[in-house]
Design a protein around this ligand. Sequence first.
Ligand code: MN
Ligand code: MN
Length: 461
Amino acid sequence: MNTDELRESLLMAPKNGYARITPAQREEMNAYCRRYMAFMDACKTEREATAWAVREAENRGFKPFVPGMDVKPGDKIYYNNRDKAIALAVIGTESLAKGANICAAHVDSPRMDVKPNPLYEDSQIAYLKTHYYGGIKKYQWPTVPLAIHGVVYRKDGTVVTVTIGEDDNDPVLMVTDLLIHLAGDQMQKTLAKGIEGEQLNVILGTEPIEGEGADLVKLNVMKWLNEKYGLIEEDFLSAELTVVPAGRCREVGLDRSLLAAYGHDDRVCAYAELEGLFAIENPTKTAVCILADKEEIGSVGISGMQSHYFEHFMGTLCDAQGVKLEDCFAKSFCLSADVSNAFDPNFPETCDKRNNSQLNYGVAICKYTGSRGKNGASDASAEAMGHVRSTLDNAGVIWQTATLGKVDQGGGGTVAAYMANRNIVTVDAGVPVLSMHAPMELVSKLDCYETMLACKAIYLV
Ligand code: MN
Ligand code: MN
């Protein structure tokens, strides 16, 4: 063998995905991304994503989970966890004793949540106080058009859905920043301190209602909320209102190869899992798709991936087949579908380029996350990585490897550890993202599409 032949047979030579997809795949990719954009326009919270999944699943013959229900191969069912998370399954021809193939993503994203007693007036401006949710750079959120999404539980027991700022005729809301002319002191602060949590106050209005007394602007805003939604101030106490960037998912670049949207992390993987699941019929093993909540704050709480609702769902499916849940978990595989950091040439010093995911190189397989010596990581075994490698190769999926930044630069986690703690073999994989956790994040269309193909391949192993 000459060196060229040796090189070809022994060394890796990753190629940009655009050099690898066929014209037909490109068309499919573009159609897929148009559907994904519509999903992103409709879903900015875990509740909206869950409602969307329920509706689309029912359209495709999925039936709601009922404890003790009978399940047989080919059945399609879903477990709506209190409108904030959902697990869906297509029952396999093999017994659950042989395990299930699971893809788990999350549908919550960093944002500003409205406080329980949020409404106040200062200097004749009405504001909402917020408490940020998840990891954000607070300085990024002022001067961005904002919308409010959520639900309010009213005193009479009715629940009202609130969406303000998304329709073209809606007003948007905003947090202010200081003018540069007076920002001498602010500009000396670190980025972490330039805007502080208690400054993330959202302007709701400035026009006082006619009359006498204090807080006439606040009263006017409350009157508007009462006329439109039947709310009184006390209703904020039993509300889940979140402030998110207003506006739609947009194509980016003259070649339209990228997508900008709020909350690609992790609805980009959630959507990939769902489309992948909707595309399969009669899998050998039971295919399970999870859209979890609360990943951004540690997967805690009743709708997070640490919640026992997952055992309730899987346990019931196992009971119907006379299988022990523990036996099912021990044979199962989980793709923890979450985003990775795409290499950003503007910040090369933060990454090990050889091991970082890159735009347009496909779905990024991540052996471990964590920080400071893999702390908190679900470190996938050689066997688990080999399983993913061969599954994706056999299905012709374009994939790459990923690590989260250079050693000791920082770190993070996903739901992987909580799935692995259940004795389920788990590997992290997902779409590389630029500007992760910013009000608008960027992903590549090619990587989005390949991630859907990866989920589909995992369901069908
Ligand atoms: Mn994520
Ligand atoms: Mn995140």
